[in-house]
Design a protein around this ligand. Structure first.
Ligand code: 5GP
Ligand code: MG
Length: 194
C-alpha cells in the first residue's frame, strides 16, 4: 500500500457480506471459544512423549486449523487429507469422496483430526478409518461446529467449538460452491444465492 492511502475497511468484502442473510456466530465469539479449545487440547496432549500430528480435512478445516494451531504451544506435525461431501452447488451431503489421499507417517503418533463441522459424521468416520490403518498411538477429533441432531452415536468429536442447528452455514472455512471460506463469521446465506 502506498503511504497515505487509507486501508480498505476490515474485514468485509462488500459483495460477500451482501450474500449473507444472518450472522450465526460472530468472529469475536469464535476467537474466545478457540482460546478455550486450545487450552483443553494442550491439557490433553502436553504429557505425551510420542508426539502430535494434526490431520486437517481439506479444504473446510484450513481456517480453523490455522487459528487453532497458532494457539497451541505444543510441538506438532501436520498430515493432510482431502475429502469432499458437498461437491459444487450442493447443500445436501453426498457420500464423501477422497480427493487427496492421507499423507504422513502416523505410526505411534497421537493424531488429532481437524474438521470444520460434524454433520452426518460420514466424513469423520471415513478419515478416522484411514488414520487407524496407519497404527497411531491415539486418534481424537476436533471440529469447529457440530450439528447435534444429526451426528450418529458411533461418530463423535472429542473437542467441539459450537453446537448449531441443522442449517447450511458458510464462513471460517465452510464454503458454498467453494466461495465464502474467507468470510470471518459463521453465517447463513440468503436463500436466492443457493
Ligand atoms: P458429514 O460427512 O459429517 O456429513 O459432513 C462433513 C462435511 O460436510 C464438512 O467437512 C463440510 O465440508 C460439509 N458440511 C456439512 N455441513 C455443512 C454446512 O452447514 N455448510 C457447509 N458449507 N458445509 C457443510
Ligand atoms: Mg469439509
Amino acid at each position: 500500500m502506498s503511504a497515505g492511502a487509507s486501508p480498505r475497511p476490515f474485514p468485509y468484502n462488500p459483495p460477500m457480506e451482501e450474500d449473507v442473510a444472518r450472522i450465526l456466530i460472530h468472529r469475536e465469539e469464535i476467537e474466545r471459544r478457540l482460546a478455550d479449545m486450545a487450552e483443553e487440547i494442550a491439557q490433553t496432549y502436553h504429557r505425551d512423549e510420542e508426539g502430535l500430528t494434526l490431520i486437517p480435512v481439506l479444504a473446510g478445516s484450513i481456517i480453523f486449523l490455522a487459528d487453532l494451531m497458532r494457539k497451541l504451544p505444543l510441538k506438532m506435525k501436520i498430515g493432510l487429507v482431502s475429502v469432499s461431501a458437498y461437491p459444487g452447488r450442493t447443500t445436501r451431503p453426498t457420500a464423501p469422496k477422497t480427493v487427496i489421499e492421507l499423507t504422513g507417517d502416523l505410526a505411534g503418533r497421537h493424531v488429532l483430526i481437524i474438521d470444520d463441522i460434524l454433520d452426518t459424521g460420514r466424513t469423520l468416520r471415513k478419515v478416522r478409518e484411514m488414520v487407524l490403518q496407519r497404527e497411531p498411538a491415539s486418534v481424537r477429533t476436533a471440529v469447529l461446529l457440530r450439528k447435534p441432531s444429526k451426528a450418529p452415536p458411533d461418530v463423535s468429536a472429542d473437542f467441539v467449538g459450537f453446537d448449531i442447528e441443522d442449517e447450511f452455514v458458510v464462513g471460517c472455512g465452510l464454503d458454498y460452491d467453494d466461495h465464502y471460506r474467507n468470510y470471518p463469521h459463521i453465517g447463513v446465506l440468503r436463500p436466492e444465492i443457493m
